[in-house]
Design a protein around this ligand. Structure first.
Ligand code: B3K
Ligand code: ZN
Length: 849
C-alpha cells in the first residue's frame, strides 16, 4: 500500500539530482516470494547541481548495503533511503528482497500466469531496488538473471547465457522507468528486419506455449511495417541487434515501451481472424507502432520529469495516428480520433478532472496518463504541423532528434526546435500546454459586394485552479462552397490569435456556404447557428470528408436531441442525408458506417446538458432506439443490397478496405435486425468464419433483446480463450437492457472465470457497465453502488486500475439532484475507506472537490 498521507509534487520545484550514474549492474535471483536483487551502481557527484543522496525504494527489504566495499547503514523511510557518501565518485552496492508473486498492483516485478515480468513506468523501479527513480537519471544497464526458466530477457542485447542464468547489456543510457525483465516458459515467434543502413535486427514475439503461438503473425508484420514506416517518414533507424515483445495477461494498460523489450497486454498483441475483431487488429497495429515509435520519441529522447509526459506521449500518439492513416484512410482515422477526443477528452476537460496537457502538480503521476496528455497532446502536435507546414515540421523534427538525442528534455526544448528552425515565436502557442479546458469557437458571418467575412470569437471556460484563460492560437482550416455545391475557396488555414477576429474572402460571385474547421484542425468546440438544411447541404456537398461526416453528425445530434426533448420524429433532411450517403458506392464503406452511427448516449447527455437540459439517460436510450428504427425503415429498400455487398469480402484479410466493408455490413445488420427480428443476424452468427462477423451477429441479436441461445453457444465455443471471453463478458453487460445492466454485471462476477485480479476481465465487466449510460445511471443507483463496492475491493489489490476506473463518475454533476446525491454518497464512501490508496484518494478527492 502506498503512503496514505499524500504529498503534492510541483513542476516549479524541479531540481536535478545531485549525483550522476555512470553504470548500473543488477543481478536477479528469481524466487516467487523472495527474489533477491543485488545492485552495483557507480555514482559521481553532479558538480553543476550538488544535492542530497537519496535513493527511492518502496516495499523492498534491504538485506545489506555497501559503499566502496564497506558496509553502511542507511536511514530508511517508506519512500527510500539516504546515506553518508564520499565527496568523489563511489560505488553503491545493495541486496534487497522482494516478493513478485504477491505483487497484485502489477507495478515493479510481478508474476502473471507463472511468468515473471515488470512494469516500471512511471515509478515502479523503486519497488525493485533502491535507485534514483526519476526520468532525468540515465545510465547504461547490465543485468544478470538467475533462475530456472527457459527464457530470461532484459533490455538491450544478449551478452552471455548458461544453465540457469542469462546476461544482457543495454548500451543506451536510459532512465529506470524503461527497465524490463521477463522470465518464464515462453516460445518465440521470430522474424528479422534489415534496417535502412543494412543492419539485421532479430525480432521476437514471446508468448506462452500453446494456443497463443498461432496469434503472433499479425503482430510481427505490424512491427516490421512500423520499423519501415519510421525510417521512411521520420528517418529513424532501430539501434539494437534485437527487438523483443512479450505478451502478458495481467497488465494495467495496453503496452510498455521498455528499451528493446516491449511488454504488451496480451489483448494488444495477440490476433487471429477467428478470435479478433477488425477493431482489435487496428488497435494492435497502432499499439505495436506506438511502442516501437517510442524508441526515438521517449527512449532516445526522454522526459526530464513526469510533468513533461506529453513530450513523449503526445508526439508518439501523433506518430501512431499518422501511421494508421497511412495504412488505410486518412479521413476515417481522423473521424475516429475526433469521436474519441470529443467524447472522452472534452468530457475530461469539462469536468472536475480537467488538467493542462502539461500539468503543474500531481499527487500520483499514474493518474495523469490521461486522454488529455495523450490525445490532446497529439492534437497540439497536429496543430503545430498545420501551422508551420509539412516541410518545416519534418525539418524541426530532424533538429529535435539531432539536438536532443540522449537528453531528458522538456516542452520548452521541444518548442525551441520549432522556433529555431522556422523563426516563429511560439510563446502564445505554448498556452495550449498550460491552459486546461476546451476552447469554444463561436462563428458568425456576413457578405457584402463579393466579400465574405467570417467573425470568430474564442472563449475557454474556467477549469479547476484556472479561472482566467488567455486567447489561444487556433488554426482554423476553412473552405467555401457556392450555393450549388461547387468549391469556390479550397482549404486555407486561418490563424486566429485574438479573442475576436475576422477573416475576409474577396471576389465571390455570391454568398458562399462555409466549411469550417476542416479535418478537425483544432481541438475546439465550434458553436454556430446553423439550420438542418445547411447541415444537410454540407453533408451532401462538402469536399472535406471530415466536415462532410461532421455535418451529418451535427444533424444527428440535433435530431436526437429533439427526439429526447420533444419526442419529435426525425427531420427528413437527416434521413434523406444518410440514405444518400449509404447509397453512394463511391464513398468508402468505413466512412459510410461512421455516418450511419448515431452519437453515443454519453455524448447526447453532454449535448443536452450544454443546451441547458438535465439529461435523463433512460430517455436518451429510448429515443436512440426509436431513432434507429426510423432510420432502418427509411433505408429499408437499400439495406439488403448494401449488406449483401459488404458480406462479399472473399477470404478474410484485416486490411482497412476489407475491414471497412465488414464495418458497414455490421452497421447495416444492426438496422436490418430492427426490421427482421434477428433472422439475418442469426444467420451471420451461424455462418461467420471470423470474430468481426460472429460478434457482430451476436451483438445485433442481444441488442434486439434476443440471442440467448447464441450467447450460450459463443460462451461454450470460446470458454478457453480468455481474450474472446473478455469480449463476451463486456458484450453481455453492454447489451443488457437499462434495468438489467447492474444485475447482469453482478451476476457475471459470480462466474468461475471472473477474476478481479486480472485488469482485462475487471474492465470487461465494469468498463462495460460504466459505458452503458442508461444502465449505469439507472434511477435506483444500483449500478453506482455496485461499481463503488467493487472499486473499494479492487483498490486493496490494484490501486492503478481502481483509480482509472473511478473516472466513470467524473460526469456526475451533469445529472439530476437524485443521481448526484447517489453518486456523491458512493464517492464519499470510497473516499472514507480505510487504507485507500494514494491513486484512488487523489481521483475521488478531485471529483468531489
Ligand atoms: N508509456 C506507457 C504507459 C505507462 C503507464 C504508466 N501508468 C505506455 C505507452 O504510452 O506507450
Ligand atoms: Zn506511449
Amino acid at each position: 500500500m502506498k503512503d496514505a498521507a499524500p504529498q503534492t509534487i510541483y513542476l516549479s520545484d524541479y531540481r536535478p539530482f545531485g549525483y550522476l550514474v555512470d553504470d548500473v549492474h543488477l543481478t536477479f535471483q528469481l524466487a516467487e516470494t523472495a527474489t533477491r536483487v543485488i545492485s552495483r551502481i557507480s555514482f559521481r557527484p553532479n558538480s553543476d547541481h550538488p544535492g542530497e543522496f537519496f535513493l527511492h525504494g518502496q516495499e523492498v527489504t534491504l538485506v545489506w548495503a555497501k559503499i566502496d566495499g564497506k558496509d553502511v547503514t542507511p536511514m530508511i523511510t517508506d519512500e527510500g533511503l539516504t546515506c553518508d557518501v564520499p565527496d568523489g565518485p563511489f560505488v553503491w552496492e545493495a541486496e534487497v528482497e522482494i516478493s513478485p508473486a504477491t505483487n497484485t498492483a502489477l507495478e515493479g516485478l510481478y508474476t502473471s500466469g507463472g511468468m515473471y515480468c515488470t512494469q516500471c513506468e512511471a515509478e515502479g523501479f523503486r519497488k525493485i531496488t533502491y535507485y534514483p527513480d526519476r526520468p532525468d537519471v540515465m545510465s547504461a544497464f547490465t543485468v544478470r538473471i538467475e533462475g530456472d526458466h527457459p527464457v530470461m530477457l532484459s533490455n538491450g542485447n544478449p551478452v552471455a547465457s548458461g544453465e540457469g542464468w542469462a546476461e544482457w547489456h543495454d548500451p543506451w543510457p536510459k532512465p529506470a522507468y524503461l527497465f524490463a525483465l521477463v522470465a518464464g516458459d515462453l516460445v518465440a515467434h521470430s522474424g528479422t528486419f534489415k534496417t535502412m543502413s543494412g543492419k539485421d535486427v532479430d525480432l521476437n514475439i514471446y508468448v506462452r506455449p500453446g494456443a497463443d503461438e498461432d496469434k503472433c503473425a499479425f503482430g510481427m508484420e505490424a512491427l516490421k511495417r512500423s520499423m519501415k514506416w519510421d525510417e521512411d517518414v521520420y528517418g529513424r533507424e532501430y539501434d539494437l541487434d534485437i527487438f523483443n515483445i512479450v505478451a502478458v495477461d495481467d497488465f494495467n494498460m495496453g503496452a510498455m515501451e521498455n528499451k528493446g523489450l516491449n511488454i504488451f497486454n496480451s489483448s494488444c498483441v495477440l490476433a487471429s481472424p477467428e478470435t479478433s475483431t477488425d477493431a482489435n487488429f487496428e488497435r494492435i497495429d497502432a499499439i505495436i507502432a506506438h511502442e516501437y515509435f517510442h524508441n526515438w520519441t521517449g527512449n532516445r529522447i526522454t522526459c526530464r520529469d513526469w510533468f513533461q509526459l506529453c513530450l513523449k506521449e503526445g508526439l508518439t500518439v501523433f506518430r501512431d495516428q499518422q501511421y494508421t492513416s497511412d495504412q488505410g484512410s486518412h479521413a476515417v482515422k481522423r473521424i475516429e480520433d475526433a469521436i474519441t477526443l470529443r467524447s472522452r477528452q472534452f468530457r475530461e476537460d469539462g469536468g472536475p478532472l480537467a488538467h493542462p496537457v502539461r500539468p503543474e502538480s500531481f499527487i500520483e503521476i499514474n493518474n495523469f496518463y490521461t486522454i488529455t496528455v495523450y490525445e490532446k497532446g497529439a492534437e497540439l502536435i497536429g496543430m503545430l504541423k498545420r501551422l508551420v507546414g509539412d516541410e518545416d515540421y519534418y525539418k524541426a523534427l530532424d533538429l529535435y532528434f539531432s539536438r536532443h538525442d540522449g537528453d531528458a528534455a522538456t516542452i520548452e526544448d521541444w518548442l525551441k526546435v520549432f522556433e529555431d528552425s522556422t523563426g516563429r515565436d511560439l510563446s502564445q502557442f505554448k498556452r495550449w500546454y498550460s491552459q486546461a479546458g476546451t476552447p469554444r469557437l463561436t462563428v458568425s458571418d456576413s457578405y457584402e459586394d463579393g466579400t465574405y467575412t467570417l467573425h470568430f470569437t474564442q472563449e475557454t471556460p474556467p477549469t479547476p485552479g484556472q479561472d482566467h484563460k488567455d486567447p489561444m492560437v487556433i488554426p482554423i482550416a476553412v473552405g467555401l462552397l457556392s450555393q450549388n455545391g461547387d468549391e469556390v475557396q479550397p482549404t486555407t488555414v486561418l490563424e486566429m490569435t485574438q479573442v475576436s477576429q475576422s477573416f475576409s474572402f474577396d471576389g465571390l460571385a455570391g454568398k458562399p456556404v462555409p466549411s469550417i474547421l476542416r479535418d478537425f484542425s483544432a481541438p475546439v468546440i465550434l458553436q454556430r447557428d446553423q439550420t438542418n438544411a445547411e447541415r444537410a447541404f454540407l453533408m451532401a456537398h462538402d469536399t472535406d470528408p471530415f466536415n462532410k461526416w461532421d455535418a451529418g453528425e451535427a444533424l444527428a445530434r440535433e435530431v436526437y436531441k429533439k427526439a429526447v426533448t420533444d419526442g419529435a420524429a426525425p427531420d427528413k433532411a437527416y434521413l434523406d442525408g444518410i440514405a444518400a450517403i449509404l447509397r453512394d458506392d463511391a464513398l468508402d464503406p468505413a466512412f459510410r458506417a461512421l455516418v450511419l452511427t448515431l452519437p453515443s448516449e454519453g455524448d447526447m447527455a453532454q449535448v443536452l446538458f450544454d443546451a441547458g437540459v438535465t439529461p435523463d439517460p433512460i430517455a436518451i436510450h429510448h429515443a436512440g432506439e426509436a431513432l434507429r428504427v426510423a432510420m432502418a425503415q427509411h433505408v429499408q429498400d437499400i439495406l439488403p443490397r448494401i449488406y449483401a455487398d459488404c458480406m462479399n469480402t472473399g477470404p478474410f484479410s484485416p486490411d482497412a478496405k476489407s475491414a471497412g466493408k465488414r464495418s458497414l455490413g455490421n452497421t447495416a445488420l444492426g438496422l436490418i435486425t430492427r426490421l427482421d427480428g434477428g433472422a439475418a443476424a442469426a444467420k451471420q452468427f451461424a455462418d461467420a468464419d471470423n470474430m468481426t462477423l460472429q460478434l457482430g451477429g451476436l451483438a445485433a441479436l442481444l441488442r434486439n433483446g434476443t440471442g440467448e441461445e447464441e450467447s450460450k453457444t459463443f460462451r461454450t465455443q470460446w470458454l478457453s480463450d480468455r481474450l474472446v471471453m473478455d469480449k463476451w463478458f463486456g458484450l453481455t453487460v453492454s447489451a443488457a437492457g437499462p434495468d438489467a445492466a447492474a444485475s447482469t454485471a453482478q451476476k457475471l462476477t459470480e462466474e468461475p472465470d471472473f477474476d478481479m485480479k486480472n485488469p482485462n476481465r475487471f474492465r470487461a465487466v465494469f468498463g462495460a457497465l460504466a459505458g452503458h449510460a442508461a444502465g449505469f445511471h439507472a434511477a435506483d443507483g444500483s449500478a453506482y453502488r455496485l461499481l463503488g463496492d467493487w472499486l473499494k475491493k479492487l483498490d486493496a489489490i490494484n490501486p492503478q486500475t481502481t483509480a482509472r476506473m473511478s473516472t466513470a463518475f467524473e460526469t456526475w454533476r451533469r445529472y439530476d439532484a437524485d443521481r448526484q446525491a447517489q453518486i456523491r454518497a458512493v464517492l464519499q464512501d470510497i473516499a472514507g475507506t480505510a487504507g485507500l490508496s494514494r491513486d484512488t484518494s487523489e481521483m475521488v478527492g478531485r471529483m468531489l472537490e
